[in-house]
Design a protein around this ligand. Structure first.
Ligand code: NAP
Length: 338
């Protein structure tokens, strides 16, 4: 079996999980070269890795590189993705810098793996809430097209990265000790609070945040449904891992709950946990470290014709980021693209 020389830029919340997933899924890697802003040793799951500084030359000889650095002009992808492609690497980027570019496939392998075929060296991994939402929505949409949806997200702090995980932990300890609660990552206290703002204000969508806009535009691109209508409210909650999403879907024809459960149960990467009377429904603690997206509370939404409500939960660091990125690489191998 062919082995691949793998690069990883960034060893924060997503990068660390990426290494674990490459090992767990036995990705055929002959090398894992880790880059970040500074050189050092890092231990991940009992293995010590040498981390080198990210430079153009550090990409030489690599076949596929996962980018899990920060976003924006000072971020790793903006600075180094083009350089890596020039040096012959296929880049799989976790950030949002290139997701909406026309020649960049935005891929969830279970949904639109075929979009990989036209790649030009850079593939984007969707936003975590978008991936978790679409894993629950796409199989139903394939059976009966969805006209519109609304989503309210309950997003864990790990979605912000390592510093935010530490902030929730420190605030919980300070609260328990009766000490002053400090905040620096979030604009307000996150422990015992919920913050209805993820990302900054979106100038061309007044009243919405960038995270909420991603849910709409990335969904349209992944589903190849330019006319799809959607509205999201994205909320940060004091949970360490896994995002939960309350979804209301409006179909173009009836989608009875029993049929929806049957479709979802037969879809790869989804586990249905739905027995309200028996107290069976997914929570973030059920989804943490799980590969599957969990779906429950499937019921008719009587507020619209052909309406369905459901509750979808997934590990944002795994299927919402690192796992999906590794699955993209696996799909590229299967399609003989790398
Ligand atoms: N967390 C999630 O749920 C999630 C989900 C989907 C997508 N994402 C995206 O995945 C990416 C990584 O997120 P994260 O949560 O893992 O962040 P994080 O915990 O803050 O870690 C960021 C890592 O990137 C490195 N880095 C930052 N800027 C760099 C640069 N210019 N050059 C090289 N390395 C650089 C940092 O290096 P040092 O260690 O040397 O400082 C650090 O290792 C982001 O684009 C994020 O938006 C995250």
């Amino acid at each position: 079996m062919k082995k691949y020389r793998v690069g990883l830029v960034g060893i924060g919340a997503v990068g660390t999980e990426m290494i674990k997933i490459l090992r767990q899924r036995k990705f055929p890697a002959s090398e894992i070269r880790i880059m970040a802003r500074s050189e050092r040793d890092e231990e991940v799951a009992g293995e010590t890795f040498r981390v080198v500084e990210t430079t153009p030359e550090a990409f030489d000889g690599l076949d596929v590189v996962f980018f899990a650095g920060t976003e924006g002009s000072a971020g790793a992808s903006k600075q180094f993705a083009a350089e890596a492609i020039k040096r012959g690497c296929v880049v799989i980027d976790n950030g949002s810098d290139f997701r909406m570019e026309a020649d960049v496939p935005l891929v969830i392998p279970e949904i639109n793996g075929a979009a990989l075929d036209g790649h030009k060296g850079l593939i984007a991994n969707p936003n975590c809430s978008t991936t978790i939402t679409l894993m629950g929505l796409a199989p139903l949409h394939r059976a009966v097209p969805i006209r519109r949806f609304t989503a309210v997200t309950f997003q864990s702090v790990s979605g912000t990265g390592r510093a935010a995980i530490e902030e929730l932990d420190q605030q919980a300890r300070a609260w328990a000790a009766g000490e002053f609660i400090e905040n620096s990552v979030y604009p307000r206290q996150i422990v015992f609070n919920v913050l209805p703002q993820i990302g900054g204000p979106k100038a061309d969508m007044p009243g919405y945040t960038s995270e909420e806009a991603k849910m709409l535009f990335e969904s349209r691109k992944i589903l190849d449904a330019p006319g799809l209508r959607a509205s999201a409210t994205c909320v940060r909650v004091p949970v360490f891992y896994a995002h939960s999403i309350a979804l209301n879907l409006e179909f173009t024809a009836p989608m009875p709950p029993a049929k929806a459960r049957e479709i979802l149960a037969a879809s790869p990467g989804i586990r249905v946990m739905d027995d309200l009377a028996g107290g069976v429904f997914p929570t973030p603690l059920d989804a943490q470290e799980a590969d599957d997206i969990l779906v429950g509370r499937v019921r008719t939404d009587p507020s619209v014709e052909n309406g369905l409500a459901l509750w979808v939960v997934g590990d944002n660091i795994r299927k919402g980021a690192a796992q999906n990125a590794v699955q993209i690489a696996e799909a590229m191998i299967a399609r003989k693209l790398i």
